[in-house]
Design a protein around this ligand. Sequence first.
Ligand code: ATP
Length: 497
Amino acid sequence: MRETRVNAGDTERTPARVVLRFLARHPRSVGSLAAVGITGCYIGFHTMLIGAGLAAVAGASWAVLDRPTFDRFAGRLLRAWWRRWLTYHRKWQRVIFSCGLVQSSPKGESRAPRLLAVRSSWCWDSVRVRLLDGQTPADFEGVLDRLASAYRARRATLRTLKPHVISLDFQKKEPFEVLLTPLPEMPREESAVDLSRLPIGQDEYGREFALNFVDGLHHLLAGAPGAGKGSWMWGLLRALAPWIRSGRVRLWVIDPKGGMEFGQGEGMFHRLATDDTSGLDLAREYVDTLDERKETMGRQGRRNWTPGDSAEYPLDLLVIDELASMTEYADRDITREFERLLSKALAQFRAVGGRVVGATQEPTKDVIPMRGLFPTKVALRLEEASYVDMALGEGVRDRGAFADQIPDYMPGVAYLTREGHREPLRVRAAYTTDDDITELVRFATSHDATVLDFPTGTDSADSAEAADTEQTETETDSLDVEYIEDDGDEDEDFDAA
Ligand SMILES: Nc1ncnc2c1ncn2[C@@H]1O[C@H](COP(=O)(O)OP(=O)(O)OP(=O)(O)O)[C@@H](O)[C@H]1O
């Protein structure tokens, strides 16, 4: 039996059985204690205590002098071990019982799902759990709030690692309160651009976060006013800078709010429309252009477009800042035709180099009836809890995407789902200031071979201040998580991300 039995009959819980079971389940902890005991016998316990004291002083000095490396090589292991025994294991039976996750067998035995392992990073603890027969991850999803409260965590999310094994992730700290999300360096060479990896920020584990326009295709950004959609869109354009400059990417931009968001970039756009009427014209031209390309490629026997393989067929990126202005608030004739054109752009031009990025404040069906055609969906701060599932898909909020709870002092933070992952990921796009945009436009519209760096050092300091996010730079490496103590199962798939 893999699960833990609670209050099993007397014959089951003889002291010998309990000890043997403990030895079998915790070979590493038992082995370490045995090693300490044997060493003590050989060299004497006094000598060992002095050695342990010296090691403790050396460890504490290391932690004070170089926290990141200490955390990377020792701190996370100690923390995982400590938290496993003193936090999770100690309260496990009680918590799991009070959350209604204990089962009774016909013989009257109670069985609790088994806590297998703990990994710990500075923000997150990941607790690996083996489910009981008949339990599903949904049973835990329904009590995530209670689990978080029982373990004094900010929130809890769940990931399915393999059939019957889940990871409960407890957030202890808010990483984006302390993580500085630096603006990724703007690439200068065409060869530095990889369409499947366009860096725009960091995920909550401190790792680089990049957009994928090869597999991710079209992107839908949903966010309340001021949620930071602009940073995502400008971040994307910065990551494409050398391709925009060389014409490998053509930007078709609809900014129906009079060009307030994108007016600054006019010089580098292939087309810019700043109201609904011209937006519709632009959408028509976009669809005609790609329709024509589809026919030409068909005649040439080319079945697929490869990023950047020919100047003749650039990546045609359609960017729409506020979808509702085109699909909801414009005249009926405009909205109807625009919806038809947008659906066609989303459904038919993948193989000929068409991509769409759309932003909306309300991800409702009225505003984006074709939202299912966006393979990548991003939820920034949203006004309503019900908007989260509208933006990300049915049931995603229950799996931990609390986009409606993103504080408004954290613009740029968002949840997204990824192909092949059930669990949402939380990320933050770096802030793109007006000066960063000026640098981008200057670079993308310059035909001079030598492009001078735009002086951004002080500007980024200003912008960090403007963003009003009190952030302290933290060593990314220190966010690695470590797995400690297992019952012998494979653990490659037990990762905190
Ligand atoms: N990634 C970020 N990091 C820190 N601050 C940011 C970030 N993105 C945006 N901000 C701050 O939030 C403000 C609003 O951002 P932004 O204009 O991009 O929001 P928006 O979602 O586009 O809003 P709207 O829908 O009204 O256009 C910015 O002026 C800036 O001060």
